[in-house]
Ligand binder design. Structure first.
Ligand code: TYM
Length: 333
């Protein structure tokens, strides 16, 4: 049986290799399986949990759509829309926030990381963001949610919310309990400057990430400058675990080429990092450059990008409005 796929990406600019390998590449594979129904959401409501410049946000929404299409998602086969247009998302998020427990939310590690030391200054939205994410998923009876490893805890919370709502209101199976789809290996791409930190849009140094809009020179330069250690390339799994930067670069190579880790370790064991980095740059340029060029081309056609969003809105809104109506009945409105 086909899967009902739902996933979201924040339109906060600087979409990078982590977003691509952790999520978007998998969206493309799932979209290519004709048995699946896929919905890919540009989560602009999530974006405003931290301050955004309104004009930049507008551009970043289009750029996220352009990135989906440039990466190979076919808008004829998948629904692509932006979250804020389908009102049911905000509404369901409120209702589900009355099901979710504060104790559950307090355990979310991403909030702790993003809020930093001064939690009192974080927006309420940043705190309750996983509830909105649960609303996104549950409104569409999604069965599978492809995400990177950093979203795993939010998906567990979504499952808990769905289960509690079904139990509290005695509506067995009303909300489908979704399964996460997280890659087994290298589901968390790390910063090129620090192998213990996630590659992220918000990291100040642009050298820490490969952006999906980088050109060949930028990619080659960033890989050249990527942090490594003074030893030659690792040869065993144990060795890899002790050397986070080497592990990350090898992981990126393996994810892009599909080459098994054993084979990679064999091939490069004991060699200099510079040889490996040259190979890695080549593989990256081959994969990322066509995407980067296509994003830039698509950004010139705002009408096309906006049409994808309005078509997507119509389809998504139908499904979500229907579900929220049922939620109203269940809750007693
Ligand atoms: P966001 O916008 O931070 O990231 C989008 C996707 O990219 C993945 N990702 C990574 N994967 C591997 N390595 C990395 N360094 C890396 N950085 C980001 C994320 O895991 C994600 O899959 N809350 C979500 C968006 C969202 C959502 C949803 C996802 C909102 N509603 C419903 C699934 C279902 C977020 O902020 O992702």
């Amino acid at each position: 049986m086909g899967k009902k796929i739902f996933s979201g990406v924040q339109p906060t600019g600087n979409l990078h290799l982590g977003n691509y390998l952790g999520a978007i590449k998998n969206f493309v594979d799932l979209n290519n399986d004709k048995d699946n129904e896929c919905i890919f959401c540009v989560v602009d409501l999530h974006a405003i949990t931290v301050k955004q410049n309104p004009n930049e946000l507008k551009n970043n929404i289009r750029e996220t759509v352009a990135t989906f299409v440039a990466s190979g998602i076919n808008p004829e086969k998948s629904i692509i829309f932006n979250q804020s247009k389908v009102r049911a998302h905000s509404e369901a998020a409120w209702i589900l926030s009355c099901t979710a427990r504060t104790g559950w939310l307090s355990r979310m590690t991403q909030f702790k990381e993003k809020a930093g030391k001064d939690k009192e200054k974080a927006s309420v939205g940043l705190y309750s963001y996983p509830v909105l994410m649960a609303a996104d998923i549950l409104l569409y009876d999604s069965t599978h949610v492809p995400v990177g490893d950093d979203q795993k805890q939010h998906l567990e919370l979504c499952r808990d919310i769905a289960q509690k709502f079904n139990n509290d209101f005695e509506v067995d199976n009303f909300f489908t309990i979704p399964e996460p789809l997280i890659q087994k290996e290298f589901s968390r791409i790390m910063s090129l400057k620090d192998g213990t930190k996630k590659m992220s849009k918000s990291e100040l140094s642009d050298l820490s990430r490969i952006n999906l809009t980088d050109d060949a020179d930028q990619i080659i330069n960033k890989i050249k400058k990527a942090k490594t250690d003074p030893q030659p390339m690792p040869s065993t799994y144990e060795d890899l675990d002790k050397r986070p930067e080497a592990k990350n670069l090898i992981g990126i190579y393996s994810s892009l080429t599909g080459m098994k880790l054993d084979k990679l370790l064999n091939e490069f064991s004991g060699k200099n990092f510079s040889d490996f980095k040259e190979n890695l740059s080549q593989v990256l340029v081959e994969r990322i450059l066509p995407i980067s060029k296509e994003i830039k081309k698509l950004l010139n056609d705002k009408i096309f990008l906006d049409k994808i969003l309005t078509d997507g809105f119509e389809k998504a809104d139908k499904v979500a409005s229907n579900k929220i109506k049922k939620i109203h009945e269940i809750v007693g409105f």
